[in-house]
Design a protein around this ligand. Structure first.
Ligand SMILES: *Cc1c(COP(=O)(O)O)cnc(C)c1O
Length: 394
């Protein structure tokens, strides 16, 4: 079984580029150029330099002693929460902004739901002095005021999407419309392993730094460059893709993806795409998504904004269908419990998204000799309002 993308942009049955004809030119330009550019020595030198000096990589692989004692196994945390801007998203936005520059694009567009990808994009546009336009649903703009303020302070223009449900998918439509209208000048910067080929492959490559570092760090700490299990949360799937990347062909490593069950998969308030979704096309890609019998995308629910997405990237649909990945879910409540626990045991306040990965410790079996890596995708500063509200309810 092959887990890398093929020449047509497919992972098994999933992926491809299902886009309006008007976008063929833009996407072809990207497809023709991305590998050659990002694999060049000159690109890699600047990319690695910024990851080191600006982002703060390598992130530590921390042996969580008290968490390990509690579960009677060996738990390591890959500390993506320590990156500049507080999550793994910056690995990808740095990579794509360097690519955009080399393709002579002066104007960057992106969509954002909770605002995390918008902030990561506005950050690298400030760094590179490029014009930045972020599309965001009108409702999300109201819900995510602190991130909107951050984007504006970083010099981005935040444009409201006022159609439909006024949330992420409407912002995506606006961004695609903009790209069609401005093909020469504009680069569309996607924030996860989603969208038409070559985006899923490109984003996975930029995030693969996570498992590349893990290999070197595990050798040093355990004498072996692979763990028994890697656990990561999945929204679109970029932090999981990065954490799994260099282990996909090593069948000794169990890849565990944790989706957001929300209030439970038996309710309609969930974001567990592989459990309740079906095959279809979203964001230009054939994958699993949550849709009704008429093929209308249904509104997902998760307590964590970053997992509140109605699809998964095509790589994950393939890992799920082929059985290479183990897909489980954690509810809002289970994620909160895991968040309070790691905060007390390790002094680390995690992002709500990452708390879903931590909740997996309650759900899987392991022996005392196993080494387990949990990808701690982000820090919890942005989620304090939710954490405080829940503590008051206890
Ligand atoms: C955005 C986000 C996620 C979900 O996105 P993926 O593409 O699935 O990684 C997970 N964790 C954090 C901290 C995020 O900000």
């Amino acid at each position: 079984m092959n887990y890398k993308v093929n020449d047509q942009g497919f992972y098994g049955d999933f992926g491809g580029a299902f886009i309006p004809e008007m976008l063929y030119h833009n996407l072809n330009e990207l497809k023709e150029n991305y590998l050659q550019i990002i694999e060049s020595d000159e690109f890699q030198k600047e990319f690695k330099g910024l990851l080191k000096e600006y982002v703060g990589r390598p992130t530590p692989l921390y042996f969580a002693k008290r968490l390990s004692e509690k579960y009677n196994t060996n738990v390591f945390l890959k500390r993506e929460d320590l990156n500049h801007t507080g999550a793994h998203k910056i690995n990808n936005t740095i990579g794509q902004i360097l690519l955009a520059k080399r393709m002579n694009k002066k104007r960057i567009i992106a969509e954002t739901g909770a605002g995390q990808h918008g902030v990561a994009t506005a950050t690298v546009c400030a760094l590179m002095n490029l014009e930045c336009i972020i599309y965001m649903g009108e409702i999300d703009i109201k819900r995510q005021a602190p991130n909107v303020a951050r984007m504006k302070m970083l010099g981005a223009e935040v444009r409201p999407a006022t159609s439909g449900s006024k949330t992420l998918k409407d912002a995506t439509n606006e961004a695609i419309r903009d790209w069609i209208s401005n093909p020469e000048t504009t680069y569309y910067l996607i924030g996860s392993v989603v969208g038409p080929h070559p985006y899923p492959d490109m984003v996975a490559r930029f995030q693969s730094i996570i498992s590349k570092e893990m290999k070197a760090q595990l050798i040093e700490k355990t004498g072996r460059d692979y763990p028994d299990k890697v656990i990561a949360c999945v929204g679109g799937g970029s932090n999981a893709a990065g954490a799994f990347y260099h282990y996909m062909d090593n069948e000794k490593v169990e890849l565990i993806a944790v989706e957001a069950d929300g209030l439970g998969i038996e309710t309609d308030k969930t974001a567990a795409t592989t459990q309740v979704g079906t095959e279809g096309i979203i964001h230009g890609s054939k994958t699993l998504l949550m849709q009704n019998s008429e093929g209308q995308i249904t509104e997902p629910h998760s307590i964590s904004a970053g997992l509140d997405y109605p699809g998964v990237g095509p790589l994950h649909a393939h890992l799920f269908k082929s059985g290479r990945g183990t897909f489980i879910g954690a509810t809002d409540k289970e994620a909160l419990t895991a968040a309070y626990q790691i905060t007390k045991l390790e002094g680390i306040i995690p992002a709500l998204e990452s708390s879903h990965a931590l909740a997996a410790l309650e759900k899987i079996e392991f022996s005392s000799t196993e080494n387990i890596v949990i990808n701690l995708s982000g820090r919890g500063d942005k989620d304090m309002e939710t954490y405080i509200k829940e503590m008051d309810n206890e």
